[in-house]
Design a protein around this ligand. Structure first.
Ligand SMILES: *Cc1c(COP(=O)(O)O)cnc(C)c1O
Length: 795
């Protein structure tokens, strides 16, 4: 055996270890799945069906071992075989069937649904390629396909017997005189086959199911043409079907608008609804009480075609009247809005719907006609109102508005944080809130404390077990007990939490050294911003502060600087030029800062490539400072903010999204809040915002912008950041300049506190203690009680 073979050998053995462990979990998962299905069928309770184009699951092995109480056995067995347990776990590929927050939320929700014993299914698509893998070449992002199924998934249960036919295109025929029923004759059909992942609950035998659809051709291979050597023609059918689940659309906040995306959305909707109806008929024989038995939740508008497809199935396939069908659909459907940004609001050209889903377009028109008649009766003479709320945008190319469709057909619509839900009814959905005020509400997001604390941060988990007992992962309010009588925090507890943080920082420093060859000091303040790269999230504001700090250090290297390691990670959508330019700038600035001998440990800047759930699990526990600095009014909730605080990071953040509720739960005095409020942002925009005034008045800001603009960080290409600088100087859509001074002041307050380790440590404990509210268990309880009216069966 040559030297070159050694790593391969080891790879194989760790990989087979990982697979063997997954295989060992499967029979128990399958057993629990059957028990849960039998219970739910017997009880006849309402089931929740969570429809989402994205489920950002990450790895499953540690979570399964944890849920099955096998973690201890696993660690011991791995050690005995001479393996590091974590090295075995690292061999599993992330299931990255999502882009960011929206997909990760769906994954946290499944964990809580299982844990709370909610009868539930998640429905999604089985993408062959998930979120792209990010590589960095010469400081620039390169996308590579994420071939996560290369070696097959150890967690899938293929269900070849569970399959449905999904149509596209064709025409609509009348079906009997005077009847609402029409017959859709699709031009093409594909078959959707179920592939299940069992989602185990914690502290319960109950599970949830993630059912992913795989599309394949309904046509048998055209053997005759194949035999004639016409391989291309024979393969055409297959390709046409299979391309449906090739790849996840990698854009997190603009609408794709492509034919293939519309087909993917309909595949999800149609297969899932057929599955629900088939299960309902098997259990109840009639559709009389369908709306009482199924809750269908739309994770954003991506599955909004559910409204039309459910109506079509009930009208055309099952012969219900319009009123009956509508009553079932309205009882079943509910919708969560995730963004107020206009570029993310989904609309589809009527022309595309006409071609691809002609019957659904008819149904949308009928829903619209009845809805507009109702509005006209309620608000007579308001033609402008009708134009604005119509399901069809008649200006320019006619387009169907998926948010409007979702609101009209749902019995409940929610936003994802208190501020977001308020803004939702004050701005984009103000007309609908006037029509149906009782339909709108808020359910603040949460994250699962199992993955995001117990599993990713065993060092802190052990401290909590000792202090609070071991029930906190399913009773997160217990964290409040970290603050003792008389509002005191025990110094021993602070020390123990700090020791856990220290070991997690060492682990991350080691990862940084291995990945980037950069040595960072675990004594420095780990200042972290990890999330999708987006202008509204303002990674660029963070970079401006880093440059300013660099300039100040160089000007005065002898001063008592608090050493900082500024850590970024995040992917930019492949076509998002401005976001990619920010990644490039981070690398350019990092090269200059990290190699400047005057700076040393006082400041280091690193960008960890390929942000993912698994990378987040290493980063979150090691952060001292969490950067949540979106322009107020733009971040719907954020969930990264919650993961950080749960792991004892302090937050520097704007008064935006769930930051607000976090600050209120923790105590504002333990948060670094800065910047304009949402209504101040709006007022300034209305008055005419001029970023140049800030540039001219603030010498510190001017020095930073001039350094970028002059090419100081890109000496080989001095105008590399011209577009970026011009966009800031002329428009600054997200008001970085307006918040720059306040941000720098807040960073100075961070330094001040970090100089007092005991006080910083106490503040960290108070932050953890205030996070009980942000468990996704609380979120799912609220959905179950208020929206789904479905039972929890926590055994
Ligand atoms: C939590 C999470 C997100 C969401 O982060 P935000 O800071 O809320 O935008 C995105 N990606 C991954 C991998 C996550 O774990």
């Amino acid at each position: 055996m040559s030297n070159k073979d050694v790593p391969t050998q080891q790879f194989n053995s760790l990989e087979s270890w990982m697979r063997a462990c997954a295989d060992a979990c499967r029979p128990e998962l399958a057993q629990r799945w059957h028990e849960t299905q039998a219970q739910d069928a017997r009880s006849g309770q309402r089931r929740v069906h969570y429809l989402s184009m994205e489920f950002l699951m990450g790895r499953a092995l540690r979570n399964a071992l944890d849920a099955l109480n096998l973690s201890g056995d696993f660690d011991a067995a791995a050690r005995k075989a001479g393996h590091e347990g974590s090295a075995v776990l690292d061999r599993e590929a992330d299931a990255a069937l999502g882009n960011g927050g929206l997909g990760r939320l769906a994954a946290c929700f499944l964990d809580s649904m299982a844990t709370l014993g909610l009868p539930s299914f998640g429905y999604g698509l089985r993408y062959e390629y998930g979120m792209f893998q990010q590589r960095i070449q010469d400081g620039a992002q390169i996308e590579q396909p994420d071939d996560w199924l290369r070696a097959g998934s150890p967690w899938e249960f293929a269900r070849p017997e569970i399959r449905y036919t999904v149509g596209f295109g064709g025409r609509v025929e009348a079906d009997g005189p005077g009847s609402m029923a029409r017959r859709w004759v699709p031009a093409e059909t594909v078959r959707a086959t179920a592939h299940d992942m069992v989602i185990p609950g914690h502290g319960t035998r109950r599970v949830s199911t993630l059912r992913l659809w795989k599309a394949s051709s309904t046509m048998p291979l055209d053997y005759a043409s194949f035999s004639r050597g016409e391989h291309a023609g024979a393969a055409q059918q297959r390709l046409q079907a299979e391309r449906l689940n090739w790849v996840l659309y990698p854009d997190d906040s603009t609408q794709a608008g492509r034919d293939l995306r519309l087909r993917q959305e309909f595949l999800l909707v149609s297969a899932s609804l057929q599955d629900m109806i088939a299960r309902h008929l098997a259990e109840h024989r009639t559709l009389d009480r369908l709306g009482d038995h199924i809750a269908v939740h739309l994770n954003d508008t991506h599955p909004a075609l559910s409204a039309a497809e459910l109506m079509r199935l009930l009208l055309d396939e099952h012969g219900l009247s319009w009123d009956e069908a509508y009553a079932h659909a309205h009882k079943a459907l509910s919708y969560t809005n995730h963004t107020l940004m206009p570029e993310a609001l989904e609309t589809w050209p009527v022309r595309m719907l006409e071609e691809l889903l002609p019957r659904h377009l008819e149904i949308i028109y009928e829903i619209n006609a009845r809805f507009l008649a109702e509005v006209a009766a309620k608000f007579p003479g308001d033609a402008e109102l009708l134009r604005r709320v119509s399901l069809i945008d008649e200006q320019g190319e006619r387009r169907a508005r998926m948010a409007n469709l979702s609101i009209v057909m749902s019995h409940y619509v929610n936003g994802v944080s208190a501020l977001h839900s308020d803004l939702m009814v004050e701005t984009i959905f103000a007309d609908f809130a006037r029509i149906w005020p009782e339909r709108f509400g808020n359910v603040t997001n949460g994250v699962t404390p199992r993955r995001w604390l117990a599993q990713c941060n065993p060092a802190l988990g052990a401290v909590l077990d000792k202090q609070l007992g071991d029930q906190w992962p399913t009773r997160l309010d217990d964290l409040g007990g970290l603050v003792g009588k008389g509002n005191k925090v025990s110094p021993t507890l602070i020390k123990a939490v700090q020791a856990a943080k220290r070991s997690n920082k060492e682990r991350l420093a080691e990862l940084i050294r291995r990945e980037l060859g950069i040595s960072v000091s675990p004594d420095s303040l780990f200042d972290v911003q990890v999330k999708r790269i987006h202008e509204y999230k303002r990674q660029l504001l963070n970079v401006l502060h880093v440059i300013s700090r660099y300039q100040a250090i160089v000007a005065n290297p002898q001063a008592e600087w608090v050493p900082r390691t500024v850590i970024f990670a995040g992917k930019a959508a492949s076509a998002y030029v401005a976001a990619k330019s920010i990644i490039r700038l981070i690398h350019d600035v990092a090269r200059v800062v990290n190699s400047d001998p005057r700076v040393g440990d006082k400041l280091k800047l690193v960008f960890l490539p390929n942000y993912s759930v698994s990378l987040a699990e290493v980063i979150m526990p090691a952060a001292d400072l969490s950067e949540q600095i979106s322009t107020a009014g733009t971040e719907a909730s954020g969930t990264g903010n919650m993961k950080f605080a749960l792991n004892g990071a302090l937050t520097i953040g704007t008064w935006d999204g769930a930051n607000i509720e976090m600050a209120e739960n923790v105590g504002r005095e333990h948060f670094f809040i800065f910047g304009l409020l949402a209504d101040e942002v709006q007022r300034m925009k209305n008055l005419g915002y001029d970023p140049r005034l800030y540039y001219e008045e603030n010498a510190r800001l001017r020095a930073v912008i001039d350094a970028i603009g002059s090419g100081q960080f890109s000496p080989g290409e001095t105008d590399r950041y011209r577009a970026l600088v011009e966009s800031l100087m002329n428009r600054d859509q997200y008001m970085l300049f307006a918040d720059f001074a306040a941000y720098c002041d807040a960073q100075a307050r961070v330094d001040e506190l970090f100089r007092q380790p005991a006080l910083w440590g106490e503040t960290a404990v108070r932050n953890i203690a205030g996070m009980g509210f942000f468990s996704s268990d609380r979120t799912i309880r609220e959905y179950a009680e208020r929206i789904w009216r479905a039972p929890l069966n926590r055994a």
